[in-house]
Design a protein around this ligand. Sequence first.
Ligand code: NAD
Length: 366
Amino acid sequence: MPPLRPLRRVLVTGGAGFIGSTLLRRLLERPATRVLNYDAFTYAGVDASVAPLRPDLRYEEVRADVVDAAALAYAVGRFDPDVVLHLAAESHVDRSIADPERFVRTNVEGTATLLRVWREHVGGLGPGEAARRLLVHVSTDEVYGPISPPKAARVGDPYRPSSPYSATKAAADHLVGAWRRTYGLSAVIVHPTNNHGPRQFPEKLVPVATLRALRGEPIPLYGDGSQVRDWLHVDDCVAGLIAAAERGEPGATYHLAGGPGDGAAPTEEWSNRRVVEAICDAVDQVAPDGGASGGPRRRLIEHVADRPGHDARYALDSAASRRELGWRPRVALADGLAATVRWYAQNAAWVAEAARAGEGPQERRV
Ligand code: NAD
């Protein structure tokens, strides 16, 4: 393997979010690494997710929007990162259906702004120095659209995004691809599958089901719950992003899919119904009183009208990426879900702060 790219100064956009705050924690475990968290702290940027990092002098924070070119150029110029990991995005499919323009602005315009600013910065460094720098753009498995079993999307497969969210992520990927080919920008694109773990904003499947089960409230499940997703623990996702930052070959695209096995097919493909049932069972273990009206929490599952354009299955083939990055997931989904349920049960203060952020006056709930 070639020598690892040094991660002395790492700029993370979207560091106050679910994956970003975990990524910052892992990066700060490296004594020689300094990080800059560039985040607008939208409803999804939870202050409590990064507050414990602030006493560390190697942690810096800029509260600004990725479409604010002047703020971004100032931050990039002053911090002069070795690597930029671009995670800032609007990320909730339901919100993208209610307010697609907001997703176009952050996910497409924001990525275009970052590409312009980063290219200008790297262009001023001289060719040797510029070659050392890397942009890691974080995409999603959803850009490939629904994949029929037993297939799994491979790097280079065509994009068929279904939702406004996945369409804007696909557009952003195409911009990164164009900047690579047209301007020779050093960048990699990484597609993780569905993440689970602590500090996920309580509007996504796992935290919604967990918190409602803990409170003994009805748990809404779209359609018949048969949609299949591949799951990756957030610690494993972050390890993959760091591997891409250290070992990524400029121009390459990587798939991060769940399942500790080394086979080509992902092994953590579960239906949404199975995920929610496992969460109910894990909550029964954590709080055996049975919630408000008693009995196993599975009784709380309620089928609601399906999401428009809901993709039946996502699946990525990550075998090549595992080899190239020397990466593989460590956390099995069943264990990760149980640990995630325990985390939400034990972190009521974080949940309360996230709930307050989500109910802000400009936020639309779906
Ligand atoms: P998240 O919604 O939890 O966090 C997004 C972060 O971006 C927040 O801190 C928010 O404040 C910030 N942000 C939003 N708009 C911004 C703007 N205009 N300017 C600056 N900051 C802004 O998201 P996440 O789940 O942590 O996902 C991170 C990235 O990974 C996203 O790009 C997402 O598309 C991708 N991804 C997520 C998953 C998943 O399962 N969570 C799976 C695959 C890919």
